[in-house]
Write a protein that binds this ligand. Structure first.
Ligand code: CMP
Length: 144
């Protein structure tokens, strides 16, 4: 089924100049970009986005990190894009992420794992609407 997922290139991905490479991978795969913004993340947005991790010991560090510099927030559309993007991103810990995945190829630190991707249809919907207004999204039909 055609789905939408929320992806965010984290401050480490921006700082390491991986923005183009990451977007290239999703474009080349054949998914459709329907929304994108380059932004500093507010503490409120960070706390809402990571709300499920509120009780975890790393929560404060997570919020500090995601608000520490600009991120690239994106919505991608396509058949099965939620699970497929997760596969392309790789395991949460870049040390165990398979080579060929974004985290496997570019990361070594679990807290600085380059990119976030929604993990399931419900969270994808929540995250897309938390980060984007409907009018910031532009659906279009790839003509291939
Ligand atoms: P992300 O996919 O953005 O979702 C939650 C984030 O929490 C995860 O990526 C990691 O960056 C971070 N995280 C998960 N486990 C740990 C941990 N043990 N220590 C630090 N950060 C973590």
């Amino acid at each position: 089924a055609v789905e939408r997922t929320f992806l965010a290139i984290k401050p480490d991905g921006v700082q390491r100049s991986l923005v183009g490479e990451i977007i290239r991978r999703f474009e080349a795969k054949g998914f459709t970009l329907v929304g994108m913004k380059f932004m500093k993340v507010s503490r409120e947005l960070a706390e809402q986005h990571y709300g499920v991790h509120r009780e975890r010991p790393f929560f404060q560090g997570l919020v500090e990190f995601i608000t520490s510099g600009p991120v690239v927030a994106m919505v991608w559309e396509g058949d099965g894009v939620i699970a497929s993007a997760r596969k392309m991103i790789g395991a949460t810990n870049p040390l165990t992420a398979e080579p060929g995945t974004i985290r496997g190829d570019y990361g070594v630190n679990i807290g600085r794992n380059i990119i976030h991707g929604s993990d399931a249809p419900e969270t994808a919907q929540q995250e897309v609407s938390l980060w984007f207004k409907e009018e910031e999204l532009a659906s279009w039909e790839p003509s291939l």
